[in-house]
Ligand binder design. Structure first.
Ligand code: BDR
Ligand code: CA
Length: 313
């Protein structure tokens, strides 16, 4: 049966790959909407990027909304130094012709959840959790209606990528992450521990290029652009590919391995703010709230990406 999903995102080259995979999978997903949030770059640019991605895929039946333009309580931190000034540097994508929906993205999330039966809708989150937390604050009853949240964010054994302790999506809005992780909703977390294994090596990038369609060419150009920062930083054979882990998990959970654990968010400490404090060894006795994906089959993951991208124009 098709899974009904809402994608919440700050695209972002790796967000774009994730969204394209979802758009290429109509037999697996009914995409109820894509909601942009401030993160990698400012909200208006992220929303524009989401429209460009939808148009690249030819799926202009999918509606795009704009959500929150800043974190709940803090100043927005962005990452142009990774993603470029547009947030989606690399390919030369045409200006979008599709318009954003006029409804506020947070209200779209609330209304859609309230209109559906409990347990019908999955939230796939690829950026800071501001929109989801704001929806939970405004209408707490949505918590019991969400089937699950599959999110990219956090890290444990790998540490952080924006500070030694924090991963970017959580660091940008730790208060939002705190609200979401305390909500009681079942959460599947794709942390850096997993995404650092999914490296876009030259051979894998060549496979994407060899698909030979418009989407494959665009993704190749995106990843060539976005990897330069990480290649220098980590000195690995390829850059980590984060957000597609969320969609790959929804499509093929058997590619991933994890453990059900408790995770809480550090929201106060100067040096560790935004840290996902993951009780991997079960030492606290706190309630288990997260399926923490620690490892995955990288070859199977790239096979899936190539197979889905090859379906697109
Ligand atoms: C996350 O941060 C963003 O830059 C990426 O799109 C991904 O969602 C990785 O830390
Ligand atoms: Ca992202």
């Amino acid at each position: 049966m098709k899974r009904k999903i809402i994608i919440d995102t700050d695209p972002g080259q790796d967000d774009a790959v994730a969204i394209l995979m979802a758009l290429a999978s109509p037999e697996d997903f009914e995409i109820l909407g894509i909601v942009a949030v401030a993160g990698n770059v400012a909200l208006a640019q992220n929303a524009r990027n989401a429209l460009k991605i939808v148009e690249l895929s030819g799926r202009t039946d999918i509606k795009v909304y704009a959500g929150c333009e800043r974190p709940m309580r803090r100043t927005l931190v962005t990452a142009e130094y990774v993603h470029g000034d547009t947030g989606l540097d690399g390919p030369n994508l045409p200006a979008p012709t599709q318009q954003l929906e006029s409804q506020f993205g947070v209200d779209f999330i609330i209304d859609t959840l309230m209109e559906h039966e409990a347990g019908e809708i999955t939230l796939a989150t690829l950026g800071p959790l501001t929109n989801i937390a704001m929806a939970l604050v405004k209408q707490p009853r949505i918590a019991e209606r969400v089937k699950e949240i599959v999110m990219m964010g956090g890290g444990c054994f790998e540490g952080g990528n924006i500070t030694p302790a924090a991963e970017f999506n959580i660091y940008v809005d730790p208060d939002a992450a705190d609200v979401v992780l305390r909500s009681g909703i079942h959460i599947v977390m794709a942390p850096l521990d997993l995404t650092h294994q999914m490296q876009s090596t030259p051979a894998r990038l060549e496979r994407i290029k060899a698909i030979g369609n418009r989407a494959g060419d665009a993704v190749h150009a995106m990843l060539i652009f976005s990897e330069r920062f990480d290649l220098q930083k980590y000195q690995w054979p390829g850059a980590p590919l984060h957000d597609p882990c969320v969609i790959a998990y929804l499509l093929k959970p058997e590619l991933f391995h994890g453990r059900h654990i408790n995770v809480v968010i550090e929201t106060a400490s100067e040096h560790t703010i935004g840290m996902t404090v993951a009780d991997y060894w079960g030492v606290t006795g706190r309630v288990k709230n997260v399926q923490f994906l620690r490892s995955g089959d990288a070859d199977g993951f790239y096979d899936l990406i190539c197979e889905r991208l090859s379906r697109l124009p």
